[in-house]
Design a protein around this ligand. Structure first.
Ligand SMILES: NC(=O)c1ccc[n+]([C@@H]2O[C@H](COP(=O)([O-])OP(=O)(O)OC[C@H]3O[C@@H](n4cnc5c(N)ncnc54)[C@H](O)[C@@H]3O)[C@@H](O)[C@H]2O)c1
Length: 255
């Protein structure tokens, strides 16, 4: 029996660096998974997890900024698996731009995807959880950049502070139905997101080294080092965790 035995889990941003690992680890722990991301087809890694766990992983393409796609994600989970027990709001974009240069378009995009879409998908999922009698766990992927001020990331940091606050407020509003809501706040994690960010610098190696040294661990995290925490928050082991924003940042925020 796995730690997520038969729980129906929606994972967004499922084709990203952390998302693919979440699909793998959740499946290994017995979850039934509705995975979603922008690309029309499941990534090779998600397809392999689906093949290894027949009938337990279903992929739906969707843009989380579109209400119709959010409806389709929840509908697909209910049609395939009958209910929703867990939502891992993991989709996200990072805008790395000095405050004075950040455009309205960049600001709108990062707030739209990171905050607005997380709010609206959570609302749809929570309504489903209430309709099926209550209980459930919602986890947001925030960022330590929403707690401390990362350089050149005012828009991203503001969005992730919003996501963290969403966890606290939702936990309050959903307490009557026994729905727990928490957020994880990772430090730098080695995924396509920071790799893409450093592309614009001439001294990429130097920028990467400086990012590593900002963590007490002297390195960025690996996706599974975040996802094991998410897995715990999704499971019944975390029954006393509610409204928390948990740093998993290699000590970034400790100094
Ligand atoms: N990597 C880091 O250093 C780091 C640190 C702290 C927090 N985070 C957060 O972790 C989460 C996962 O990021 P990651 O590190 O795996 O990066 P990633 O770029 O590999 O994954 C992000 C995923 O979100 C998806 N996405 C973006 N816009 C979308 C949209 N409109 N609709 C649907 N899906 C969309 C992307 O397609 C991508 O697969 C994000 O919320 C990110 O902000 C990352």
């Amino acid at each position: 029996m796995g730690r997520l035995n038969d729980k129906v889990c929606i994972i967004t941003g499922a084709a990203g660096g952390q998302g693919e690992v979440a699909v793998e680890l959740f499946a290994r722990e017995g979850a039934r998974i509705l995975a979603s991301d922008l690309k029309p087809e499941a990534s090779a890694r998600i397809a392999k997890v689906a093949a290894d766990h027949p009938g337990r992983v279903h992929y739906v393409a969707g843009d989380v900024t579109r209400g119709a796609d959010l409806d389709a994600i929840v509908k697909a989970a209910v049609e395939h698996f009958g209910r929703v027990d867990v939502l891992f709001n993991n989709h996200g974009v990072m805008v790395g731009s000095p405050f004075l240069d950040t455009t309205e378009t960049q600001l709108d995009q990062v707030l739209d995807i990171n905050v607005r879409a997380s709010f609206l998908l959570s609302q749809r999922v929570a309504r489903q959880m209430v309709a099926q009698g209550g209980g459930g766990s919602i986890i947001h992927n925030a960022s330590i950049g929403g707690v401390v001020g990362f350089p050149d990331m005012a828009a991203y940091g503001a969005s992730k502070a919003g996501v963290a606050q969403l966890a606290r407020s939702m936990a309050n509003d959903l307490r009557a139905w026994g729905i727990r809501v928490n957020a994880v706040a990772p430090g730098g994690i080695d995924t396509p997101m920071p790799r893409k960010y450093i592309e614009k610098f001439d001294d990429r190696e130097g920028v990467w080294k400086a990012m590593e040294q900002a963590h007490l661990t002297g390195r960025l995290g690996r996706p599974e080092e975040v996802i094991y925490l998410v897995l715990f928050l999704a499971s019944d082991e975390a029954s006393f965790m509610n409204g928390a924003v948990v740093a998993v940042d290699g000590g970034y925020s400790a100094v």
